[in-house]
Design a protein around this ligand. Structure first.
Ligand code: NAP
Length: 334
């Protein structure tokens, strides 16, 4: 039995390490007794708890639930580092009460996630998925070039409403300006962003041809886009969500697509992930759906791994984490 402080990493980052050309977890392995989840499947909660129980440091993914029960089951835990910017899977209050530092990975994924939001916006507006599926099914062969096939919506000259003006919302606004969109924005604190006209949420929904969601998931934003809010959107409008699934009521969204009130959606995130194979939104050809790949570029995923590891090393060393989601926790030097 070693007496070294323990770290539990719920993912070995093997494929990313191959792409990076080095073991991304080596700063942890070199210093601590590092237990790493090495199976292709994800750990079930009981396995996760058993491996996390002796740990002082925890490296986790956004799909790992780090709730009060888990935190209570880890008496030595001092630092949690998540490979994500969102920390809605972590009970931040319970961690903060225990004086446990929580690190996350904002910033390094901002532009990459904004790119995906724009990809979904363009794909939904211009029916790229529907048209691609049509061609792949062989339905174009032997047919014609049709004058009205897959006609969609122009971005230029239209209005985009951005819900949440944090780093990713602002990065989407910059892209939208380049595409000739008029940009409206709403955020809880009324942030002022150059080139973005601030509006109350109901007005933003009523005026926008496209709406893109970029708030964090929190108690106040869960179900923010419910049936009532969706009904406030323009008929035929397009909704894109790359933030978190829980912000949009998926039943209401399916109803809005079924009734034709919404023209299309682009979703990278779902209330339950992975989304079920019979998810109600799969029936709609005008729903462009991706499996939570917002930050999925090689360079960004490597930078996220580096930042998540740096956060954990700093937390365990008793230094300020480079990116900390609960900076109110007093850092205790070793
Ligand atoms: P962020 O700091 O996570 O979110 C910033 C925005 O959320 C701000 O507008 C902020 O409002 C708002 N917000 C936070 N808590 C709120 C609350 N309780 N009530 C109302 N609004 C609240 O910054 P970000 O880096 O731009 O990321 C946005 C979200 O995108 C993340 O939280 C994450 O869930 C998601 N994300 C998804 C992917 C993906 O792969 N699809 C990748 C990266 C991030 P204020 O302006 O008032 O502070």
């Amino acid at each position: 039995m070693t007496s070294n402080p323990r770290v539990f990493a719920s993912h070995g980052m093997e494929s990313l390490s191959v792409l990076a050309g080095r073991d991304l977890l080596s700063p942890l392995r070199e210093r601590w007794d590092c237990r790493v989840w090495e199976h292709a499947r994800r750990p079930v909660p009981e396995e996760f708890k058993a491996l996390a129980h002796p740990a002082e440091g925890l490296l986790c993914l956004l799909t790992d639930r780090v709730d009060q029960d888990l935190i209570q089951a880890c008496p030595r835990l001092r630092a949690i580092s998540s490979f994500s910017v969102g920390v809605d899977h972590i009970d931040l209050v319970a961690a903060t009460d225990r004086g446990i530092l929580v690190g996350n990975t904002p910033g390094v994924l901002t532009e990459t996630t904004a790119d995906l939001a724009f990809a979904l916006l363009l794909a939904a507006a211009r029916r790229v998925g529907e048209a691609s599926d049509f061609l792949r099914r062989g339905e174009w062969a032997g047919g014609h070039w049709e004058i009205d096939a897959f006609v969609g919506k122009d971005l230029h000259g239209a209005t985009l409403g951005i819900i949440g003006l944090g780093p990713i919302g602002q990065a989407v606004a910059r892209r939208a300006q380049g595409f000739g969109l008029r940009v409206l924005g709403w955020s809880r604190s009324g942030r002022e962003v150059p080139g973005v006209r601030g509006l109350a949420l109901p007005e933003l929904l009523a005026e926008s041809d496209f709406v893109s969601v970029h708030v964090a998931l929190a108690a106040e934003t869960r179900g923010l886009l419910d049936a009532r809010a969706l009904a406030q959107m323009k008929p035929g409008a397009v909704l894109v969500n790359t933030a978190r699934g829980g912000i949009v009521d998926e039943v209401a969204l399916a109803n809005a697509l079924r009734s034709g009130h919404l023209g299309a959606v682009g979703l990278d995130v779902f209330a339950q992930e992975p989304a079920a194979g019979d998810h109600p939104l799969l029936e709609f050809p005008n729903a462009v759906l991706t499996p939570h790949i917002g930050s999925a570029s090689i360079g960004t995923r490597i930078r996220m791994a580096e930042l998540a590891v740096d956060n954990l090393v700093a937390g365990l060393d008793g230094h300020r984490m480079p990116q900390c989601a609960n900076p109110e926790v007093v850092v205790k030097r070793n």
